[in-house]
Design a protein around this ligand. Structure first.
Ligand code: CP
Length: 349
C-alpha cells in the first residue's frame, strides 16, 4: 500500500485540498465501500483514537465516525466541550493553544462540530477550527462548522457519481459528474440552518465540473467568498455558475436537485443569533419547496439532501421518499468517506 502525502493534514474545507487529493479520498472510499471488512483496512487505526468535540447535536456524523473508527480498528471518543471548560468566542475557559496541544499528545485526530447557534457571528466557528489547526500536531477534521461541511460534500459527490454510474458495486467514475446540472435551491422551513452543507456542495460540485445553479429568494445570499471560489472552480473546470431568485426556473434540465433551507445574512445582530426572526421570515416563502411538479421539469433528476430533512418544508414526502431520491446512499457514504479520510490523514496509507 502506498503512503500518501495526506498524512497529518487538516480537512476544514474541500477547497483547501487539491483536486487529485479529493479524487484519492473518493477512490479509497469507493474501494472501502465495496470491500468493507477487508483485512487490508480493519487494522489501519489500531491503537489510535479520534476525538470528537460536538458543540451541536448530530445523528449521522457522530455515529458514522464512531463506526468508521471501529471498522478501521481504532476508537472514536465523543466529547462534549461544555464538560471540558473550553474557551470559545462566547465562553471563557481553557485556551485552544493548551487544549489542542494536550489533545495531540493523546489522540491521532480531532474532529470538531460547531454550528450557527454556538457562535455570535458567521465565521467564528471556522476561526475556532483554524486556531485548533494552528496549535494541534494531529489532523483537525471539520465535522460541520458554520462555513463548511467537507465530509458531507465528499459523500454528496460520491453518491451522485454512483447514481450516474452503474451503482455501488462498481468503481464510480467521477468524470460522469461533468456537465451535470446541480441545482442548489433554498427551502422554506422552521429549522434555521447554517450555510455549511450548501456551500460545500457548491465547491465540490464545481470542482467536479458540474454546472451549478443556486436559487433563493432575495435576501438569502451565501458567502461572497464561496461564490467567488465556485465561479473560479467553474471557470477552471469548464462548467457554468449562476444565481437566480426564482423558485421554479432552476429545475429546468437539472440532474441533481439539492433543496435545503439556509439562514439569511441578517441572522446575526450584535453577537446574537436571531433564530425566531429567521424562522418567521423563512415561513413567508411556502412556494420554495421541492415537489413532484418541480422535479418533473428536471432531466430525470435525482433528489439529494444531507439530512436531517425538514419534510413538508424543504421537500415533500413524495420526492424525499421517491424512487429518484439518493438521500440514504449519500448518508451511507458519510461512513465510507470518513473511513477514507481517517485512513489517509491518521494512518497515512
Ligand atoms: N448531515 C449531517 O451532518 O447529519 P447530522 O447533523 O445528523 O450529523
Amino acid at each position: 500500500m502506498e503512503f500518501s502525502d495526506l498524512y497529518g493534514r487538516d480537512l476544514i474545507c474541500t477547497q483547501d485540498w487539491e483536486k487529485h487529493e479529493l479524487d484519492l479520498v473518493l477512490d479509497l472510499a469507493g474501494r472501502m465501500k465495496r470491500e468493507r471488512f477487508s483485512p487490508q483496512y480493519t487494522s489501519l487505526l489500531q491503537h489510535k483514537t479520534f476525538f470528537m468535540f460536538f458543540y451541536n447535536p448530530s445523528v449521522r456524523t457522530r455515529q458514522s465516525f464512531e463506526v468508521a473508527a471501529t471498522e478501521l480498528g481504532g476508537h472514536a471518543q465523543f466529547l462534549e466541550p461544555k464538560a471540558m471548560r473550553l474557551k470559545t468566542e462566547k465562553t471563557a475557559g481553557e485556551t485552544v493553544e493548551d487544549a489542542a496541544q494536550i489533545m495531540s499528545r493523546y489522540a491521532h485526530g480531532l474532529g470538531i462540530r460547531i454550528l450557527e447557534d454556538k457562535v455570535g457571528a458567521y465565521g467564528q466557528g471556522e476561526n475556532l477550527l483554524r486556531e485548533y489547526a494552528k496549535w494541534a500536531s494531529i489532523p483537525i477534521i471539520s465535522m460541520a462548522h458554520d462555513k463548511f461541511h467537507p465530509c458531507q460534500g465528499l459523500a454528496d459527490a460520491m453518491g451522485w457519481a454512483e447514481w450516474f454510474n452503474k451503482g455501488t458495486k462498481y468503481p464510480p467514475d467521477w468524470r460522469t459528474l461533468k456537465g451535470k446540472k446541480l441545482l442548489i435551491t433554498w427551502g422554506h422551513g422552521a429549522l434555521t440552518r447554517s450555510w455549511c452543507s450548501v456551500q460545500e456542495a457548491m465547491l465540490i460540485g464545481s470542482r467536479y465540473s458540474m454546472d451549478v445553479t443556486v436559487a433563493s429568494p432575495e435576501g438569502y445570499d451565501l458567502d461572497p467568498q464561496v461564490v467567488k471560489w465556485t465561479e473560479q472552480n467553474c471557470s477552471k473546470y469548464d462548467a457554468s455558475f449562476e444565481t437566480i431568485n426564482h423558485p421554479t426556473k432552476g429545475y429546468e434540465g437539472a440532474h441533481v436537485v439539492y433543496s435545503r433551507h439556509w439562514m439569511s445574512p441578517e441572522a446575526y445582530q450584535e453577537g446574537e443569533f436571531l433564530k425566531q426572526q429567521e424562522i418567521d421570515k423563512a415561513l413567508k416563502f411556502p412556494e420554495w419547496i421541492c415537489d413532484a411538479d418541480k422535479m418533473a421539469l428536471t432531466d430525470n433528476g435525482i433528489f439529494t439532501h444531507p439530512m436531517p430533512i425538514d419534510r413538508g418544508h424543504e421537500v415533500t414526502d413524495e420526492v424525499a421518499s421517491g424512487p429518484r431520491s439518493c438521500i440514504y446512499d449519500v448518508g451511507e457514504n458519510r461512513l465510507h468517506v470518513q473511513k477514507a479520510i481517517m485512513a489517509l490523514t491518521m494512518a497515512g496509507i
